[in-house]
Every structure is written in C-alpha cells, then in structure tokens.
Design a protein around this ligand. Structure first.
Ligand code: 5GP
Ligand code: ZN
Length: 116
C-alpha cells in the first residue's frame, strides 16, 4: 500500500526503532508509548485490520501470536504483558495496517476500558 505508514516502515522508507524483523514480520517501538515497554508487531503484508483477515492469513497470524510472548520476554516483560489489537473506528484503530500492541514493563497495568 503506497501511503500506509506501516508499509513505509516495513519498506524502510521511514525510520523506526526496530526490535525484530524476519521475512514476514516486523516489530518496532511505538512512537508514543503507553507504558515503559510498548512495541508494535506487524505483518509486512498489508492487511487493513483484524476484520479483514482471511483463511490464507492463518499461518501469519499464528506466527504473530507465537512471536509476541517471545519478544515481550526478551524486552523485559517477565511477569506478563498486555496485547491489544484495535480494530476499526469503533475499536479506536488509527493506523489501518494490522498491528498488535504489546505493552508492559509495569508491576500491573491499569484496568481495562470503563463504560461510559
Ligand atoms: P492504533 O490506534 O491504530 O491501534 O495505534 C497506532 C499506534 O501507532 C499508536 O500507538 C501510535 O503511537 C503508533 N504510531 C503511529 N505512527 C507511528 C510511527 O510513525 N512510528 C511508530 N513507531 N509508531 C507510530
Ligand atoms: Zn500497510
């Protein structure tokens, strides 16, 4: 995707604080971290959101889920971490290239979203 920020990061057209890369996946620190550890894990393949995944993405999604805890532990999340996938406008998604937020590095993250 020509103008997608995360595709541009994957193509190295814009810089990122990269922490992991392989043939299919890339992880880099979030530019505006919500906690001491906050990185994003993306497929290099452009997929708009979790609402757009299909059967052909099964292996890719499995790789992402397997990698997330490995990277979290490597980054120092020994006692756990939070994984967030904002999906669509109602889910608060701002960048429409599928990404997992991996957040941690505190004794305990604050509670989940409150109603209202
Ligand atoms: P979303 O709301 O789409 O789930 O989250 C997008 C995330 O991407 C936000 O946490 C935001 O700080 C991060 N972000 C946006 N633009 C950039 C960028 O150019 N570089 C990096 N590293 N993170 C970005
Ligand atoms: Zn993209």
């Amino acid at each position: 995707m020509e103008n997608c920020i995360f595709c541009k990061i994957a193509r190295r057209e814009i810089p990122s604080d990269k922490i992991y890369e392989d043939e299919n996946l890339l992880a880099f620190n979030d530019i505006n971290p919500a906690a001491p550890i906050h990185f994003l894990l993306i497929p290099k393949l452009h997929i708009d959101s979790l609402s757009d995944v299909q059967d052909i993405h099964q292996t890719l999604l499995g790789k992402m889920l397997l990698l997330a805890p490995q990277l979290a532990k490597e980054r120092g999340c020994e006692n756990g971490f939070r994984t967030i996938i904002n999906t669509g406008p109602a889910g608060g998604q701002e960048i429409f290239h599928l990404h997992f937020h991996i957040i941690g590095g505190r004794d305990r993250l604050p509670g989940m979203i409150h109603s209202g």
